[in-house]
Ligand binder design. Structure first.
Ligand code: FES
Length: 106
């Protein structure tokens, strides 16, 4: 298990990469809550954080344009956002000293 902290204002999107396990996750902090989901498209693993909206305002994968509907929740990262301090605490369940870069997308 490993723990990281970020100081940020919401709304925010955070990209977490776990190269050793070939996983990516997005933490989406909105005004109503926090969601953590898989960043890989169900089709062939395209980057959901780079999706675009089509003319019907539907999210589309940038690789093969499939619709991104229900985002898959994950359980290998958990996070808590404390709005009074702006602190995001993230906990990862992988081995302690394996790198897991965190990037603020917005
Ligand atoms: S990888 Fe997303 S549509 Fe193919």
């Amino acid at each position: 298990m490993d723990v990281k902290y970020l100081n940020l204002n919401r709304p925010a999107k955070i990209l977490i990469t776990m190269p050793s396990e070939s996983k990516r996750a997005i933490i989406d902090i909105s005004l109503i809550g926090i969601e953590i989901f898989n960043d890989k498209c169900k089709h062939r693993g395209g980057p959901i954080h780079l999706c675009y909206k089509d003319e019907q305002n539907v999210d589309r994968c940038p690789w093969h344009d499939h619709k991104i509907r229900n985002r898959k929740k994950i359980d290998y990262i958990c996070a808590v956002y404390i709005s009074s301090t702006g602190i995001l605490k993230m906990v990862n369940n992988q081995v302690f000293d394996v790198p897991w870069p965190v990037k603020i997308l917005s």
